[in-house]
Design a binder for this molecule. Sequence first.
Ligand code: HEC
Length: 112
Amino acid sequence: MNKEERLGFLIAISLVLLAIGGVVVFKDARLANNEDLSFAEDIKPLIIKRCAPCHTGSYRMLPNFIKYKKAFMYRSSIRERVWVLRTMPLSGKMEESERKTIKDWVDQGGKK
Ligand code: HEC
């Protein structure tokens, strides 16, 4: 490689690294900043994934969060158990980003 080729190569490498960095930062920003969450689109799928079968109607003594009305009614308790105390789900199996989605939904007022 001559000098100019080497410079071109360095610039190309830099651009690729910048692009990768940009994607990573963008993903982080989205995670940090869940905007406009709704029960139907964001929360219900999480309830089905993480809170079934216990809170989806199988056990009559437990609140059923598949219904918006119930989930909304229990929203502060859900936030407390999932985000603050972390005692739910019982198995502890839940991604940090999923916990944050629940918390953000409650903090945003629990939109339907
Ligand atoms: C394996 C079963 C199981 C799973 C999965 C589970 N829970 Fe629970 N949950 C329970 C049981 C049993 C109780 C009652 C005992 C207690 O309060 O700890 C409970 C209680 C609760 C309460 C308090 C209800 C009340 O009457 O005040 C909340 C809120 C809650 N769970 C939220 C969740 C959320 C949100 C998820 C999913 C992210 C989840 N749980 C997953 C079994 C489960």
